[in-house]
Design a protein around this ligand. Structure first.
Ligand SMILES: O=P(O)(O)OC[C@H]1O[C@H](OP(=O)(O)OP(=O)(O)O)[C@H](O)[C@@H]1O
Ligand SMILES: O=c1cc[nH]c(=O)[nH]1
Ligand SMILES: [Mg+2]
Length: 211
């Protein structure tokens, strides 16, 4: 479990309160997702390689360090879209590759419906964005797809994970890194995270559940 990072930060705790609250309106929910994604994004990128460069300031040359790796942001549709803008704010030169998955309501198994990753040109680092990691089935499918594409450094950024889902992904893929804001104890009969926050995609996009 050495690659699982559970954020400990007062701002994370604070924004999670608003995110979990069923009274939070969609606009506020989106803002909370965005703030949490930014906090997770900073943590998930704190060991990216840099290279030294010299920059002329108006006063003198300054030794600086710029990013020295190619980064792909991979939001899992739909809910992962809510985390894209804060990550692009942090890493404006990243590419964004979309993968579309939904969970079959009866089986909770992921079903892929959108994948336009090119055959070549995998980034060195992929940041998978999905606010919810429940059974872990969706992240499992995405990680396998990115491994087939040729990504070596795969990092999962989720806001809430279930303990079982997190354990499953960490065990099946010991080489990837997982960054989460909270780990919840269980899943209910519909494989929803308990206490969780409900359906993240529906709360982000203000769509009724089961629609
Ligand atoms: O770990 P798992 O058990 O696979 O569940 C997590 C997945 O379920 C949700 O997506 P959903 O199917 O609701 O699609 P949506 O983002 O379009 O709402 C969530 O955003 C994850 O992708
Ligand atoms: O609790 C859950 C589980 C899957 N997807 C969600 O959005 N929430
Ligand atoms: Mg959903």
């Amino acid at each position: 479990m050495s690659h699982v990072h559970v954020l400990q930060h007062p701002l994370v705790s604070h924004h999670l309160c608003q995110l979990r609250d069923k009274r939070t309106r969609p606009s506020e929910f989106r803002s909370a997702v965005s703030r949490l994604a930014m906090l997770i994004g900073v943590r998930a990128t704190d060991d990216l390689p840099t290279q030294p460069i010299t920059i002329p300031t108006p006063v003198a040359d300054a030794p600086c360090h710029e990013l020295a790796t190619d980064i792909g942001i991979v939001p899992v549709l739909r809910a992962g879209l809510g985390m894209v803008d804060p990550l692009l704010d942090l890493i404006p030169d990243a590419s964004v590759w979309h993968l579309g998955l939904y969970r079959n309501e009866q089986t909770a198994e992921p079903v892929g419906y959108y994948d336009k990753l090119p055959k070549k040109g995998a980034p060195n680092v992929a940041l998978i964005l999905d606010p919810m990691l429940a059974t872990g089935g969706s992240i499992d499918m995405v990680v396998r797809r990115l491994m087939r594409w040729g990504v070596e450094d795969i990092r999962v950024l989720s806001i809430i994970a279930s303990q079982a889902g997190l354990d499953r992904v960490a065990k099946d893929f010991p080489h990837i890194k997982l960054f989460v804001a909270a780990v919840d104890p269980s899943l209910n009969e519909q494989a929803f995270i308990v206490p969780g926050l409900g359906d993240a995609g529906d709360r982000i996009f203000d769509t009724p559940q089961n629609d």
